[in-house]
Ligand binder design. Structure first.
Ligand SMILES: Nc1ncnc2c1ncn2[C@@H]1O[C@H](COP(=O)(O)OP(=O)(O)OP(=O)(O)O)[C@@H](O)[C@H]1O
Length: 243
């Protein structure tokens, strides 16, 4: 579906690259997790895939049967909601026509899907952190993305809110069958969610290991724990790759 080939990504204010020789293919419908330590270059990689940042050496090529451009949705670490807009208006923000009845209907349906039915007229500061993330998810889904990029979506949530959002993300992905690229530095989170994990080195980021997660869904905690222990135990293979 997409071929990602990044020879070098460097920022103008630094001579050292943040990404070097990082190549992978993204398959249609897969849930890909990218695990790496803080500062490795994970968010930088997502910005390149999203097309938000085009300054790099290499190529990111979409391969679609009808040559139709891929639609990409992104959910950041922080929800980035506009505090002066209602939830409905925040969700509609990415749409061309805020006034269209169809757009508003779709935004209501998505707010329902993320468990916020009846709250469309509220403002972000009336919500918990977990609820704000769910609004951000609804907004990312408005464009009906082929690929959804998730940048540490559970970070800084308390355990119940993180579990709830993780299950929601999983259910939405299974129901809609888009492709997910899920960035995290938590191995267990990646094992719980992904079909495949790419492990990144410290900066400059490159892939040091790929692991196919062949566990039945929904995933049992004992299976997640066992695979996590096995991966962590493999002779320092992943040292420096996780916090
Ligand atoms: N816009 C930018 N301009 C200059 N340097 C940047 C910019 N964005 C990121 N960096 C630098 O690039 C490196 C990688 O940052 P990035 O945010 O991509 O890493 P990360 O793996 O997502 O980190 P974290 O896990 O802490 O979110 C860091 O050293 C960061 O300071």
């Amino acid at each position: 579906m997409m071929n990602v080939r990044i020879s070098t990504k460097a920022y103008a204010n630094s001579a050292a690259p943040v990404i070097k020789d990082l190549n992978f293919n993204l398959e249609r419908g897969e849930f890909l997790a990218i695990v790496g330590p803080s500062g490795a270059g994970k968010s930088s990689l997502l910005n390149l895939i999203a097309g938000v940042d085009t300054k790099f050496e290499g190529a990111i090529a979409s391969q679609t049967p009808d040559a139709k451009p891929l639609t990409i949705g992104i959910m950041f670490q922080e929800p980035r909601l506009m505090p002066w807009l209602t939830l409905l208006e925040n969700v509609c923000l990415v749409s061309d026509s805020l006034e269209s009845t169809l757009v508003i209907k779709r935004a209501h349906a998505l707010l329902d899907d993320v468990g916020l039915a009846g709250l469309a007229g509220q403002y972000p500061n009336q919500l918990s952190g977990g609820m704000q993330r769910r609004v951000a998810l609804a907004r990312a889904l408005m464009a009906e993305p082929d690929i959804l990029l998730l940048d540490e979506p559970l970070v800084s949530l308390d355990q119940p809110a993180a579990t709830q959002l993780r299950e929601l993300l999983h259910n939405v992905w299974q129901a809609r069958q888009f492709t997910v690229v899920y960035v995290t530095h938590q191995l267990d989170e990646a094992i719980a969610m992904a079909d495949r994990i790419l492990f990144l080195s410290t900066s400059p980021a490159r892939i040091i290991k790929e692991e196919i997660i062949d566990l039945p869904r929904p995933r049992q905690q004992q299976n997640i724990d066992a695979l996590g222990a096995s991966l962590r135990g493999r002779a320092g293979l992943l040292s420096g790759c996780m916090d």
